[in-house]
Design a protein around this ligand. Structure first.
Ligand code: FAD
Length: 384
């Protein structure tokens, strides 16, 4: 039984603070921003409704090269060099050109936070309820900053636009169980027996399995198929974890706020891989904030540059979304099985997966410098 570390009751003391950068959300996207701001001397405050690493938000699978690039190998649980794909008519083995690993969520978050923390970043648990201009409202009080990041996931809490409401909104949904157990293979099922449009998975992670079902169609429920898959694999359906998964890019900047990770729809369509991209766009966002902190750019410059950076990925996201739709329409059919067989060719698999990795390549980690900058006090811009 996980122990809840989040402060409750009387421990939830009032919190009112001015800071230079307010990072709302302390998971992949938010911690990547904080990590990349370390050494700036800026007053960075990260907030989340839970303690860092307390509440796992995914199956925690990522290309191993990203764990290595970010010096997060310590959290690694298991590494795979092939993906076993089942359709109703075949089982194909895809030899990956790079390895994929599962990791421990709590440990990865702790390592990222260590990289952010030694200098300037602070963390507080609090639940964000809304925003007025440069002030974020939380259950513990108001927090003000000229630079505000929404890394709060699909709800996009800091947007003052109309709220996104699944199942009517365009989102995928995923649910998984985490029973105790061991496995050697990273497996996917593209099989309408479990889900009409989407896929099911089993990700071994040391002494735990992460087994679940994802639907591209928000109106299709995933609990019953997840239980059915667990039964078929002889596993107890325990320790559930699930969420909505945005599969379309949304504006990465809005009304003076930077949106990173799922809040900006950065999770990749088709695969629902959103950890690597949350880290990638988190680093990108922080790199635009650094010149603002050292007085060489304005917040508006950073908003424009980060927004343009996110938009520049639009074509690749659209391509994946179109493929997702095609797979959704074609399942079940021999065409999907034919695709699975084509990717069993080492050459075809290397071509497809290398292009896929390039959407958010690990070389991006080393491309930015985390050199210290001398912070200047940023005047709070007049906001609406
Ligand atoms: C079942 C499932 C399995 C998945 N498996 C994988 C996988 O193996 N690999 C992969 O790459 N992607 C996977 N994904 C997608 C991945 O989980 C997301 O894309 C990724 O977590 C996005 O990171 P993020 O930091 O943007 O948001 P999140 O990880 O969702 O983090 C948001 C943070 O904000 C906090 N928060 C939310 N609302 C508030 C509030 N009001 N106040 C304060 N704090 C708040 C939350 O506590 C959380 O810490 C999976 C998704 C699902 C649903």
């Amino acid at each position: 039984m996980p122990v809840r570390a989040t402060k409750r009751g009387a421990q939830r003391t009032p919190l009112q603070r001015d800071c230079d950068v307010l990072v709302c959300g302390g998971s992949f996207a938010g911690l990547a921003v904080a990590r990349e701001l370390s050494g700036t001397g800026a007053r960075v405050l990260v907030i989340d409704r839970y303690e860092i690493g307390e509440r796992q938000t995914s199956a925690c699978g990522i290309p191993t090269c990203w764990l290595e690039a970010l010096d997060l190998r310590g959290s690694l649980r298991q590494t795979f060099d092939e993906l076993v794909v089942h359709t109703p008519w075949t089982t194909a083995c895809w030899q990956l050109p790079w390895t994929f690993s599962t990791f421990d969520y709590r440990e990865l978050c702790a390592l990222l936070w260590e990289q952010a923390h030694p200098s300037d970043a602070e963390f507080e648990t609090s639940t964000v309820t809304g925003r007025s201009g440069n002030t974020v409202h939380t259950d513990r009080g108001d927090l003000t900053a000229p630079l505000i990041i929404d890394a709060l996931g699909w709800r996009r809490v800091l947007s003052n636009d109309t709220a996104i409401q699944p199942p009517n909104a365009r989102m995928s949904r995923g649910l998984e169980i985490h029973p105790h157990g061991a496995g050697e293979e990273l497996e996917l099922w593209i099989d309408p027996k479990y889900v009409r449009a989407g896929y099911s998975w089993s990700f071994p992670a040391g002494d735990e399995l992460r087994v679940g079902v994802g639907s591209f169609w928000p109106s299709h429920h995933v609990k019953e198929p997840t239980v059915r898959l667990a039964n078929d694999l002889g596993l107890p359906a325990i320790s559930y974890q699930g969420n909505w998964i945005p599969h379309e890019l949304r504006p990465a900047v809005e009304d003076g706020v930077f949106f990173v990770g799922d809040s900006a729809g950065h999770c990749l369509p088709l695969t629902a891989e959103g950890i690597r991209t949350a880290l990638y766009f988190g680093l990108a966002c922080a790199r635009e904030l650094r010149p603002v902190l050292d007085g060489h750019a304005t917040r508006e410059d950073a908003l424009a540059r980060y927004g343009a950076f996110s938009d520049s990925h639009e074509r690749k996201y659209r391509w994946l979304l179109n493929t997702q739709r095609a797979v959704g329409r074609l399942t079940p059919s021999r065409a999907v099985t034919a695709m699975a067989r084509i990717l069993a060719s080492e050459r075809a698999c290397a071509w497809a997966f290398n292009h896929y990795l390039e959407i958010a390549p690990p070389s991006f980690v080393g491309a930015g410098s985390r050199r210290p900058v001398a912070p200047v006090r940023i005047p709070a811009p007049a906001t609406a």
